[in-house]
Design a protein around this ligand. Structure first.
Ligand code: PTJ
Length: 253
């Protein structure tokens, strides 16, 4: 079915189509659709826009990536379907490797994600040499590249699971997540949680990096003054205020 650009939910329907196409191509897991549906529900509550508290988290994330010694960007099946182009651009801007790291791991799917990234221009994709293990996780995501996620100081891990996020933080790493659910274990465990749709979040991180006018000490100060729990509270307050407004609108009819 061809979706007209004038359809009020055009963007959202196109994202669904990309995920379905990537499931058919063996890139995204079937469970990825369910995860996306949960994300969509939160995006609806947020109002499908970037909250002001999220803008702050995004700026902090960009600063953290900029001053990292060894940043690594983790890619799963949903990330590959929705923002391959943007995550490749980010990896080039930062001169940081991408690492394919998936929860519902099959070797075939990991290989196809790597191929998709390389076909779109990525030149440093890790993830087939699983020669190190993150302590404290029992599922497939524990296995990583020693030169990649294992030895990174900052990991961007969008649409992550809570266990691995905590395990990475326990290893002393800074973890930046992108997750529309501010209540998820991942959002609560991360060093910086970007509560936003991954498509908007990636564009905003890239813009913040390109704008990058701040000096290193200013970037470091931005990080020092940031508390992820305080920011998550602000996100929840913004959502609550929006729902209150919606409630008033319903009452007026
Ligand atoms: O490719 P794999 O095997 O690594 O699997 C990837 C998924 C996403 C299926 C896997 O990591 C998974 O099951 O994730 P969870 O535990 O369901 O968590 C995904 C989180 O991402 C949820 O909290 C969703 O609300 C959120 N989310 C889903 N879609 C988006 C999103 N956040 C931002 N943007 C989205 N488009």
């Amino acid at each position: 079915m061809i979706i007209p650009e004038t359809h009020p939910r055009y963007k959202s329907l196109m994202a669904r189509d990309r995920l379905v196409a990537c499931i058919k191509a063996g890139i995204t897991s079937q469970q990825g659709l369910i995860a996306h549906g949960r994300g969509e529900a939160f995006d609806y509550l947020i109002g499908e826009r970037t909250l002001s508290s999220t803008r702050r988290a995004t700026e902090v994330a960009a600063a953290m990536l900029l001053i990292a010694d060894k940043p690594v960007l983790s890619v799963n099946g949903n990330v590959a379907a929705l923002v391959a182009k943007e995550i490749i651009e980010l990896s080039k801007l930062l001169n940081a490797p991408l690492e394919v790291n998936i929860f519902y791991r099959t070797e075939a799917r990991a290989r196809r994600i790597k191929e998709l990234l390389e076909n779109q221009g990525a030149d440093n994709v890790l993830g087939d040499k699983l020669d190190a293990e993150i302590p404290g996780i029992e599922h497939a995501r524990a296995k990583v590249d020693r030169e990649g996620i294992y030895s990174a100081d900052v990991v961007l891990a969008p649409l992550e699971d809570g266990d691995r996020c905590k395990a990475l933080v326990d290893m002393g790493k800074k973890v930046i997540t992108i997750d529309l659910n501010p209540l998820s274990r991942t959002s609560k465990q991360a060093s910086v949680s970007i509560v936003d749709n991954i498509e908007r979040a990636m564009k905003n991180i890239i813009s913040a990096l390109k704008a990058g006018s701040k000096s290193k000490p200013d970037l470091a100060a931005l990080l020092l003054n940031y508390d992820n729990n305080v920011n998550l509270k602000a996100v929840i307050e913004e959502i609550r205020d929006r729902l209150k407004q919606e409630e008033l609108n319903v009452n007026l009819k």
